[in-house]
Design a protein around this ligand. Sequence first.
Ligand code: C5P
Length: 227
Amino acid sequence: SKKITIAIDGHSSTGKSTVAKQLAKELGYIYVDSGAMYRAVTLYAMRKLFVSDTNFDKESIIRHLPFINVKFIFDDELGYGEIYLNDENVEKEIRLLEVSQQVSKVAAIPQVRKKLVKLQQEMGKDKGVVMDGRDIGTVVFPDADLKLFMTASTERRAQRRYKELKERGDEITLDEVLTNVKERDHMDTTRDDSPLLKADDAIEIDNSLLDLEEQYEKVLKLAKDKI
Ligand code: C5P
């Protein structure tokens, strides 16, 4: 059977990464969480350039880009790669709400996107990849063999993310998470460079209507039909 490229895009917390990871494992493909790369750059900007709600210097972020090294290191036990920022595993830290609150500003900078898209395209050059994000089917792999666009209601997505963060012990409220989900949706869909949008040839999957298992079965079948 041939190796294909699978692009999964959609709003935040639609369960993209859960599906993408399962699918990659089942097919023996590489899984790439492109959002983790934007989050890692954002973490650098928060630590080194003090990016916050009140401080955002786009030019300094651009100047630092050559010193921001992001990569995935494959973990045998997990079956996928974890994200490293300049040789430090930042997989946990990038998921903090504080990072989610800054990431869409950083991800709107064209130079940041250019750098990360190039890395993403390199990781997918041999096919056999499942990548999730916002612009994978539109910009990173416009020729992907299978494109999925995942959606769910804002409330459902906020609840999902809230539950995840709570389980990890974060001190947050559902309202804070809901606000963040809405703000990111807005910024991600209205930015000039590579806004989140459904590719013409993407298959839309609304997971308000399906449970995780049904959703996965549907996606797996779509993938197998292409292979
Ligand atoms: O997927 P995740 O929610 O972790 O992504 C975090 C943020 O990174 C998104 O809200 C978006 O601003 C940005 N992103 C992006 N393009 C991608 C993946 C993520 O702009 N391909």
